[in-house]
Design a protein. Structure first.
Length: 850
């Protein structure tokens, strides 16, 4: 709660600053700059000098230079632009005498404000992401803003300000003195002597300028800093009173109770451990515009921008999407006789589809057949094998279980026909066995409660396991993988249970049931749900339980998503996190935070492997059966070249470090949620509807062309070889900016999905390949926004949404990687160069022809 002259530090180039704020109370202050306040949402009261104005949604008001003002609201969201016009030295205007009457509250014609709101919307839009050209755009918009103000709102300067600049300077000195001496025994007399004024004059001067008496102001400043100290439980109440200038503890307690209506000791118990921002406190001696979490107001700001730019003509020139090129300092010298290691290519250990029932659907079978032909996965991860739509479990009138595995057989028969082995995940719960009929997820209301009768569950598992062995034979079934449940570490609103022991019992019972039928069947788990910056305590607690209770998993399964759930309590997690996106389908949930760290996936693997080694599990196979940058089926980046670059970067950085990298998932065709009418709606799949390949699919296609011998890998590249062939896989990955990671999607739309990246650059690679002789054919396979991106091709097509068969065939046929071929002769050395666009992935093949 600060009261003072606000000093605004402007950019050296431009005399403007803009802020987005959630306002509580901003007490009386002033500054030489003009301040233009737009109330985006909520009820806002602004007092200028002695005039009070009540601003509703969309209202705006300009505060002239050196006008004392204050703002009050319970919870309003505002945009504030502050302009120091005297820094505009090259315009022919008397900035010292500029005075405006720009107040929509008192104006007769609201249309007068349309153009100025449009300019403000443009300033906000262009400044969401840094760009080296943005200063030029800002300069033009500032001039346009000044033009609109001068053309429509300039009036003769009113002499309403009761304080000359000299008196304002005096008031500022007084406030500075109070803030520097509040913890001492300051008095009005000592201050009057310092300013060479009489005590009555100074008292009246202060009350008139600040609207509060000198003694009350000092008391409030002392209370403000006392609040900060109360958050430190190392200080006693007596120490806090003395530290902050109160004459004694009684005076502190009395003042505190008057303001907060409770004792300091009670307040401390309620607020200890809270952040300063959460109690609206700060030690900064500036105006207290309290910041809030960005996602909480950016949606409202985005609506403001959209509303005021919807009728604006498109710009003649778009600010360059690519800013500079990252040049290679020197060639990367590679000795092709090197052999670092033999690769297992674990990126294709697992593919994944959603529900087992979907494997019987033609579009999913087409997707799996295509992927097996072009990539060739070994296992498939799917859930819901025991759901009611698989018709597995029923009961006679007397409660005797009845089993029917016909649909399961059909699913497995198809998978084996395309050389895919199943991960038999025993999930989820048939309704007749469910302990809670209301605990469901997904569109089809899959039940995720534990069994009400663990013996009947065990009987189902034993019967199904025996059936599989009888139908497919021991040799075949022993090459499969078995597990139970999906992400039991998630909240009770998702797949988890109210306590860990419930899952422990379920795992142990299922483990024992399978092993009783055939002890050589590999049974693993626990398919724990892991994210960026998340503790793995649950995972390691489970492993400790399994060792103590003679049911250790034969292999480890785990999921990882590059999302940040630190802003969400576990018990608050529900199925909406899988739907959070960019509002293409009118989904309006709390934005999903993403990992702000570019190498967070690698850091997760480091932590995982270290932890497994510490408990003696380092020799267990670790299958990452679900992995993606997001859990959302509506993240628009899923359809773009960002995702292909993300995949290549992370696979190269962590090649074969795990026994599987199960990218989740293969196709957008699934029934977890209502399907979108849009072809590119941000689905997690590598394939859009109608088997249209996204850039993410091409990424795995490129990986599948690598040879078995690793020569070298480095920053952005990996090189493999076999007899007469060499492959160079390179990428130009860019991480999304901090705003987007925090759920701020201000500039994202169906048509523009790349605005959430700052400093996008091209990247140059230069390789010097040594010990290479002969004539070679060099093939460049290229995926970027111009080649191989079906989403970008749809934009070029000029039509989004639903498509005819002809249009879908066209998109499918043109959305392939670009290929460039040349012949070269190598006499012991060969130089290979490439300049990659942002988000580009490229596979360069060298094939000996002579």
């Amino acid at each position: 709660m600060e009261y003072r002259h606000e000093i605004i530090n402007f950019n050296n180039k431009l005399p403007i600053k803009f802020f987005m704020h959630r306002i509580g109370d901003v007490n009386r202050h002033w500054h030489q700059s003009l301040e233009l306040v737009v109330n985006i949402k909520g009820k806002l009261t602004i007092v200028v000098e002695e005039e009070k104005y009540h601003l509703s949604d969309g209202d705006m008001l300009l505060i002239n230079s050196n006008e004392i003002h204050e703002l009050h609201a319970d919870d309003a969201i505002i945009i504030a632009l502050q302009m120091k016009l005297e820094l505009l030295k090259d315009i022919n205007i008397d900035t010292k005498n500029l005075y405006f009457d720009c107040n929509s509250v008192t104006a007769d014609n609201p249309d007068t404000f349309k153009q100025i709101k449009r300019v403000i919307a443009e300033i906000l839009k262009y400044n969401m992401n840094h760009n080296e050209l943005i200063d030029y755009k800002n300069a033009s918009l500032i001039y346009e803003l000044i033009y609109e103000l001068c053309a429509n709102f300039k009036i003769e300067k009113k002499e309403t300000n009761k304080y000359s600049e000299e008196k304002l300077d005096r008031l500022s000195r007084v406030l500075d003195y109070i803030h520097s001496k509040y913890d001492e025994n300051i008095s009005l007399q000592s201050l009057a002597e310092k300013e060479f004024l009489s005590i009555p004059y100074l008292s009246k001067f202060f009350k008139r300028g600040m609207g509060i008496s000198f003694s009350d102001y000092v008391k409030q400043i002392r209370l403000h800093y006392s609040v900060l100290d109360l958050l430190d439980d190392t200080l006693t109440i007596d120490e806090i009173a003395h530290k902050n200038g109160f004459p004694n503890t009684r005076s502190f307690v009395t003042a505190f109770k008057e303001k907060f209506e409770e004792l300091p000791s009670v307040w401390r118990k309620q607020n200890i451990g809270k952040s300063l921002g959460s109690i609206e406190a700060t030690k900064e001696k500036s105006v207290n515009y309290f910041q809030m979490e960005p996602h909480a107001y950016y949606e409202d700001v985005a609506q403001f921008i959209e509303e005021h730019l919807k009728d604006a003509p498109p710009p003649n020139h778009k600010i360059s999407d690519v800013e500079t090129s990252e040049l290679a300092d020197a060639p990367i010298s590679v000795d092709l006789t090197k052999e670092e290691m033999q690769l297992q290519h674990t990126f294709k250990t697992f593919t994944g589809v959603s529900r087992a029932k979907e494997v019987l659907m033609a579009p999913v079978q087409e997707a799996l057949t295509l992927a097996q032909k072009e990539i060739g996965y070994r296992y498939i991860k799917m859930h819901s094998l025991l759901d009611d739509d698989m018709m597995v479990y029923s009961e006679a009138r007397d409660g005797t279980p009845i089993y029917n595995f016909h649909l399961i057989d059909q699913v497995i028969d198809f998978l084996l026909s395309i050389q895919l082995k199943p991960l038999i995940q025993f999930s989820f719960m048939p309704r007749l066995l469910a302990s809670n009929l209301d605990k469901t997820v997904f569109y089809n209301q899959i039940n995720t409660s534990p069994p009400k009768d663990i013996k009947k569950w065990s009987g189902l598992i034993r019967s199904l396991t025996a059936h599989l062995l009888n139908r497919y034979g021991k040799k075949e079934v022993r090459s499969w993988l078995f597990t139970v449940w999906n992400e039991p570490s998630s909240s009770n609103h998702l797949f988890g249970f109210r306590n860990n022991q419930t899952f422990y019992d379920l795992f142990q019972t299922t483990y024992q049931a399978v092993k009783e039928v055939d002890s050589q069947l590999p049974f693993g788990g626990p398919a724990a749900f892991s994210t960026y910056n998340k503790s793995e305590d649950w995972f390691f607690d489970f492993l400790a339980f399994s060792m103590e209770n003679q049911c250790p998993p034969d292999f480890i399964t785990i999921h990882y998503y590059d999302i940040d759930l630190s802003n969400v309590k576990k018990e608050e997690l529900d199925i909406s996190i899988f739907q959070v996106g960019n509002h293409i389908d009118s989904i309006d949930e709390q934005p999903l935070y993403l990992s702000p760290v570019e190498d967070s996936f690698e850091q997760f693997i480091d932590r995982l492997k270290k932890g497994l080694k510490e408990i003696g599990f380092e020799d267990k196979k670790v299958f990452l059966t679900e992995w993606n940058s997001t859990v959302s089926h509506r993240d628009l980046m899923n359809d773009t070249c960002f995702k292909s670059a993300y995949i290549i970067k992370n696979i190269i950085d962590n090649y074969d470090r795990l026994d599987a990298f199960g990218y989740w998932l293969l196709t957008d065709f699934h029934e977890e949620y209502l399907m979108s009418k849009n072809l590119f709606h941000g689905g997690l799949g590598m394939l859009a509807y109608q088997q249209i390949k996204k850039p993410s699919y091409h990424a795995f296609s490129f990986l599948n062309k690598l040879s078995d011998t690793l020569v070298e890998k480095g920053d952005g590249y990996l090189i493999t070889k076999e007899e007469d062939r060499v492959q160079l896989l390179i990428h130009n990955y860019h991480h999304y900016n901090e705003k987007y990671a925090k759920g701020i999607i201000l500039n994202i739309s169906y048509e523009d999905r790349y605005s959430n990246f700052s400093n996008k650059t091209k990247k140059e690679f230069r390789f010097e390949l040594l010990n290479l002789e002969g004539t070679f054919e060099i093939k460049h396979h290229i995926v970027n926004r111009e080649h191989g991106s079906a989403y970008d091709n749809e934009l070029k097509l000029g039509k989004i949404g639903e498509h005819s068969t002809e249009e879908l065939d066209y998109l499918r046929n043109i959305s392939v990687p670009k290929m460039e071929i040349q012949q070269v002769f190598a006499d012991g050395k060969l130089y290979v160069e490439a300049e990659l666009e942002p988000f580009e992935i490229r596979l360069i093949e060298l094939i000996r022809i002579v």
